[in-house]
Design a protein. Structure first.
Length: 509
């Protein structure tokens, strides 16, 4: 398949026969691709826009108006929920050819035009047209999500692959490719790996072959072991995080067959792993024996307290959970920081909420609020976070920026809020026996252990596993991997001295 599409200059993607909404979907994409503001999209009639103006002063009347016009963006959902967008093997049709045409029934559109339409979301959605999104129904907001979810990862891979043709360009790691395509479907679970071999670096294609007689554990474990061996880093273990046990897979092996929305956050957090250096630059030391992965490292602390989990609820729910976390932390402090206070004494807590990272907004002419990649936080970011925390607690809402007048302060508060929202998603606040605080996976429990392993940019949370052969002469304790974590004061090698002297073997099953 790779040879076929690799030598192809032009490809037509067939989505199937058209339905009653297809024509409107193509019209909408073209109007979005023009770069216009939301109110200029083809689906929004002048009558709808006039109704918004009339009822804007009354929340009840505005909600009734929006409800009466619900479904304006539904054609997008119908087009981007077609099976082609979710199949594992279809990615190659798009990645390799230089030119791609998307066809549905008698309608067709160039891929580049769809890419421009998606760029409109990036430019307008959370910036100049952010207020307009408040006027969309839940159904229409979901339609935008479907479009973004179906298109973004595959377009990113396509652009990256075209860039790789340039001199000196490096191909993406296989783990990265698998993570981006994690929610694609396959009839055989092995295809969640095999379907992407052609997109992987040459050393992967030369070593790993599609073998449908292979054990699923070996098929899913191979990319992790290969990545650790090549990178000398444990970053691949981040993708093993899961929220329910999979009996036939060891805890350190990613379950690539999962289709859960929870994994979207892991993809979002891939960019921050290399910002830390908990193991102080030490290369990974590891060995694998069947279902057991041995790492070498140092045990740091046992977790004594965990906070409430943050569900995807309302902004008011989020702020109440964060305030409860703050109160837990305050009990171990002697400084007496107050909830919502803007003194420097609260910085360790706020730094932990941020994972000591920041997703900055760059003010660019014609593209205000353009998001750049995450960076380590700076003093001015902590100051902005203090400002947000004081406002959020005073107004008792996670999003105090929503009612602020447009301007630099509102943009900054939105930036802080979105950065924290990303960092704390599916995370749980914890305190260790040594009064260290951190954020770990929401499955973190009291009694879990924090380890720093050679090659780990972030500490690992490990849980003692149930043992059946503890009486044997060569018995060693075994652990289940819970996931990596942020521990304030341990992210830049401060606790890594033991790694260079006498690291301890830890067996993960």
């Amino acid at each position: 398949m790779a040879e076929i599409y690799g030598g192809c200059q032009f490809c037509t993607v067939w989505l199937g026969e058209e339905d009653a909404t297809t024509e409107r979907a193509f019209e909408l994409i073209r109007s979005m691709a023009s770069g216009s503001h939301f109110e200029d999209w083809s689906c929004f009639s002048q009558e709808f826009l006039a109704s918004l103006e009339v009822h804007r002063g009354s929340k009840r009347e505005l909600e009734a108006c929006i409800l009466s016009y619900s479904g304006l963006l539904e054609p997008l959902q119908g087009l981007f929920e077609r099976p082609w967008w979710s199949r594992s093997w279809t990615v190659q049709e798009l990645i390799f050819p230089r030119l791609v045409m998307v066809k549905c029934g008698r309608h067709e559109i160039d891929w580049h035009e769809i890419s421009q339409a998606h760029g409109t979301l990036e430019i307008h959605l959370d910036r100049c047209c952010a207020h307009f999104r408040d006027y969309l129904s839940v159904e229409d907001d979901h339609s935008l999500y479907i479009f973004d979810h179906a298109f973004s990862s595959v377009d990113l891979l396509r652009l990256d692959y075209q860039d790789q043709k340039l001199p000196g360009a490096e191909p993406h790691d296989m783990i990265y490719i698998l993570a981006l395509n994690r929610k694609r479907k396959a009839s055989d679970p092995r295809d969640k790996v095999c379907a992407f071999l052609s997109l992987s670096p040459p050393d992967v294609r030369e070593t790993l072959r599609a073998d449908y007689d292979a054990d699923l554990v070996d098929c899913y474990a191979w990319p992790t072991i290969h990545d650790i061996r090549q990178s000398r880093s444990l970053g691949a273990l981040s993708h093993a995080l899961r929220y329910e046990e999979r009996a036939n897979l060891p805890s350190w092996v990613p379950d690539w067959s999962r289709l859960s929305d929870d994994d979207d956050l892991q993809v979002d957090r891939m960019d921050i792993y290399d910002l830390f250096d908990a193991a102080k630059g030490s290369p990974a030391m590891f060995s694998r024996k069947e279902r057991t992965l041995s790492l070498w490292g140092t045990r740091q602390q046992t977790i004594l307290t965990v906070g409430d989990s943050v569900d995807f609820g309302t902004d008011d729910t989020k702020i109440s959970v964060l305030q409860s976390w703050f109160n837990l932390w305050q009990r171990i402090q002697k400084c007496g920081a107050s909830v919502g206070g803007d003194s420097d004494s609260a910085i360790p807590f706020l730094r932990t909420l941020m994972l000591d990272t920041f997703q900055p907004f760059k003010q660019v002419e014609h593209r205000p609020g353009l998001i750049e990649g995450p960076t380590r936080a700076h003093p001015q970011d902590y100051k902005a976070c203090q400002q947000w925390w004081a406002l959020a607690c005073a107004k008792n809402t996670f999003a105090p920026d929503l009612n602020m007048e447009p301007g630099p302060e509102a943009t900054l508060m939105r930036s802080v809020r979105q950065s924290i929202d990303l960092s704390m998603g599916n995370q749980l606040f914890f305190i260790t026996e040594g009064d260290f605080i951190g954020l770990g996976p929401r499955t973190t429990r009291v009694g879990d252990a924090v380890w720093i392993a050679c090659g780990g940019n972030m500490p690992l949370i490990l849980r003692p596993a149930e043992e059946s052969n503890s009486g044997s002469s060569d018995w060693q304790p075994r652990y289940a991997l819970v996931g990596d974590c942020y521990v304030d004061g341990c992210m830049d090698g401060e606790a890594a001295d033991g790694l260079g002297n006498d690291p301890v073997e830890v067996r993960i099953v």
